[in-house]
Ligand binder design. Structure first.
Ligand code: 13P
Ligand code: SF4
Length: 319
């Protein structure tokens, strides 16, 4: 699928060259999520999932982070790097799932469940993160939950990721809010999977845990975008039906030219992720705007749960 873009007189090569020069001049690093447009992924220094991007953001020595992802991801980079400038090419790139949970709702749930640990998906805004005990991503959600000393966990905002975690823990999971979801993944149906499978009976079905329970249950593998990439690279199979945002297909095809990838549905596009273009990346680095700003008191409180997640992840990876 193509997206209308690049309202500039520059050619793509000029934009790529300009971006390279600006990056050097400003000591900037470009981080991009797996759902970005192909040309944005290709121009980035690192492409990955939410966990990988948080880890990279925590390690960078650059003065400027140009973040090609949605608002909560760029905010997480800022929480981990309060002294650095975090830029986002298009400020309208906001995650609808993150908008489904506000701090007041979470505080009320915490008041009603005083003995629960509050573990929220990274797809939350900074003021919500500030009220959490720990953050998780789709790559580590069950591990983070199982690492908790508490038996009851407040988990959100994704009801589907909550289902995924519930199937992998004996702890009681209370989902907050009850019906939060990612509109892009939530619309992929079991029928989509069955149709794709009918046309490609030899394909392995790989789904993201933001998909509805029936799709997760009908898939051969359920994993984060990085987990999917790893699984496919190691697999001896040749064909895969991919139930996640179609941006990941670019990376999968690039890294596995001998394998075939079929999107589970032609509608699996996150319009927010597609807002960034090379043109806007150049503009952002030139003007050093739009900048991601998070109030200092929120950064101080949100940092602990994000760093706790990174520490647990590092401990688990070292095992
Ligand atoms: P991951 O790339 O961490 O699997 O997350 C998917 C997503 O929807 C991010 O917004
Ligand atoms: Fe949010 Fe879904 Fe888009 Fe990810 S794919 S940014 S969860 S709307």
């Amino acid at each position: 699928m193509r997206f209308v873009e690049q309202t500039t007189s520059h050619g793509l090569d000029d934009l790529r060259n300009e971006l390279r020069e600006l990056k050097k001049e400003k000591n900037a690093v470009i981080l991009a999520h797996n759902y970005q447009r192909p040309e944005v992924q290709d121009a980035a220094d690192f492409v990955g999932d939410s966990l990988g991007l948080s880890i990279k953001a925590s390690q960078t020595k650059s003065d400027i982070i140009l973040f090609c992802g949605v608002d909560f991801m760029a905010e997480t980079a800022k929480i981990l790097n309060p002294e650095k400038k975090v830029l986002i090419p298009d400020q309208r790139a906001k995650c609808p799932m993150a908008m489904m949970l506000n701090a007041a709702t979470l505080l009320e749930a915490r008041r009603r469940n005083p003995n629960a640990d509050v573990i929220m998906y990274v797809n939350t805004h900074a003021d919500v993160k500030a009220e959490c005990d720990c953050i998780c991503t789709s790559a580590n959600a069950p591990d983070i939950v199982n690492d908790s000393e508490k038996d009851v966990i407040l988990f959100g905002p994704d009801m589907n990721l909550s289902y995924y975690v519930r199937r992998r823990t004996s702890k009681q999971i209370i989902t907050v809010p009850q019906r939060g979801n990612c509109p892009t993944h939530h619309q992929i149906s079991l029928e989509d999977i069955l149709l794709a499978k009918e046309e490609n009976p030899d394909a392995v079905v790989v789904a993201h845990p933001e998909c509805v329970p029936e799709v997760q249950d009908g898939a051969d593998v359920v994993a984060s975008t990085e987990g999917m990439t790893r699984y496919i690279k190691d697999s001896k199979k040749e064909k895969f039906i991919i139930a996640t945002e179609i941006g990941l297909l670019h990376r999968l095809r690039k890294e596995n030219p001998e394998k075939t990838f079929v999107p589970a549905s032609g509608y699996t596009v996150c319009p927010n992720m597609k807002m960034h273009t090379l043109d806007k990346m150049v503009q952002a680095l030139k003007s050093e705007e739009p900048e991601i700003l998070v109030p200092r008191n929120i950064i101080e409180r949100a940092r602990m749960p994000v760093e706790k997640m990174l520490a647990i992840s590092a401990k688990l990876r070292a095992k």
